[in-house]
Design a protein around this ligand. Structure first.
Ligand code: SAM
Length: 283
C-alpha cells in the first residue's frame, strides 16, 4: 500500500487497485481488516494485506462458490458456510427456496461488521429467518457438528495461513465428511490452478484420503486474486457427481438477479485445461 495504490504481491507478481481513500482499518484478534474506496472497483476489503472482496467483481466468487454445489445436490435443506464473513455467499445460498437453514461461522466478527457498513448489498439477507450468523472457529464448529446433519458445507475461507490454516487438513475434512448427510456436497475455495497447483493437489488428495467419493473442479475468473484465475473444489460424500439440477439452475438464472452463474456456465466451469486434466488423472 502506498498513497495511491493497494497492491497484493504474490508469487513474484503484483496486482494493484488505484484507491481514492482509506475508509477504515482495524486490527481484530485475528487479522488486520482494511477497507478502501477504489477508483474503479468500488469498495475493497483487505485482510492482512490480501485482497478479499470488491464491490465490482465479488459476484464471480460468491455465485461460483455456492450455486454449483447447491445444484449438484438433489434437495439441499441445511447449509453451513465456514468463513464467508462478508455475507456474500450467504446471500447467494438464500436464493435457493428449498434451503431451510444456513449457518455461517466466521471466526472474525470485525469482517461482518465492516461488510455491513461497506458492502450492505452483500448483507441484505442477513435478517432472513433461515440465516444463523455465528462468530466462532469453523474448525471447532465442524468438530462439534452432529453426524449426518448437513447437506452442503461451503468453505469460504482465507488462504491456509493464520486462522484459515486448519481448514485445509485431514482432521477438518474428516469432520466435514462425518457431518454430511448421504447426498452431501462439500466445496472449498481452492486457490489459483495456475499459481497454487501443489496446494490444490494436496487438498484434493486429503479429501480423497479421508473418504470423499468423488471430486469436481470448478474454474472461475477472479481479477483481484493472484493470477486472476480462481477455483473451487467440490467433494461428494458418497457416489459420483452425476450431472446437476439443470432446469432448476436455468430457472434461478432466469429470475435475472445472478450476474455470472447459469446452467451453461455451470457446465463450462467444470471443463479442464490439459495440464489440470493430466495432473488430476495422474493423482
Ligand atoms: N473470498 C476470499 C478468498 O478466497 O480469499 C475469502 C473471503 S473472507 C470472507 C474469508 C473469511 O474466512 C474471513 O472473514 C476470515 O475471518 C475467515 N476465517 C479464516 N479462518 C477461519 C476459521 N478457522 N474459522 C472461521 N472463519 C475463518
Amino acid at each position: 500500500m502506498n498513497d495511491e495504490w493497494c497492491n497484493e504481491i504474490n508469487n513474484g507478481a503484483a496486482f494493484g487497485l488505484k484507491i481514492k481513500r482509506k475508509l477504515a482499518s482495524k486490527q481484530s484478534d485475528f487479522q488486520l481488516v482494511e477497507m478502501y474506496e477504489t477508483e474503479e472497483f468500488g469498495n475493497l476489503m483487505m485482510l492482512d494485506g490480501c485482497t478479499m472482496v470488491s464491490s465490482r467483481e465479488n459476484f464471480l466468487y460468491h455465485e461460483m462458490m455456492s450455486h454449483p454445489a447447491l445444484f449438484s445436490h438433489p434437495n439441499p435443506k441445511n447449509v453451513v458456510i465456514i468463513g464467508g464473513g462478508d455475507c456474500g455467499t450467504l446471500r447467494e445460498v438464500l436464493r435457493h427456496k428449498g434451503v431451510e437453514s444456513v449457518h455461517q461461522i466466521d471466526i472474525d466478527k470485525v469482517v461482518t461488521e465492516m461488510a455491513e457498513l461497506y458492502f450492505p448489498e452483500l448483507c441484505e439477507k442477513n435478517n432472513d429467518p433461515r440465516a444463523h450468523i455465528l462468530f466462532d472457529d469453523g474448525i471447532k464448529f465442524m468438530a462439534d457438528a452432529a453426524d449426518e446433519s448437513i447437506d452442503i458445507i461451503i468453505v469460504d475461507s482465507t488462504d491456509p495461513v493464520g486462522p484459515g490454516e486448519g481448514l485445509f487438513n485431514h482432521a477438518f475434512y474428516t469432520n466435514c465428511l462425518r457431518a454430511l448427510r448421504k447426498d452431501g456436497v462439500f466445496v472449498q475455495q481452492s486457490e489459483s490452478p495456475l499459481l497454487h497447483l501443489p496446494l490444490l493437489m494436496d487438498m484434493r488428495q486429503a479429501m480423497l484420503d479421508v473418504g470423499f467419493s468423488d471430486l469436481k473442479h470448478v474454474n472461475f475468473p477472479q481479477m483481484i486474486y493472484p493470477s486472476g484465475w480462481w477455483s473451487g473444489t467440490m467433494a461428494k460424500k458418497s457416489g459420483q457427481f452425476d450431472g446437476f439440477r439443470e432446469a432448476d439452475a436455468a430457472e434461478l438464472a432466469a429470475e435475472g438477479d445472478l450476474q455470472y452463474y447459469n446452467a451453461e456456465m455451470h457446465k463450462a466451469s467444470q471443463a479442464l485445461p490439459n495440464f489440470l486434466a493430466k495432473a488430476f488423472k495422474d493423482q
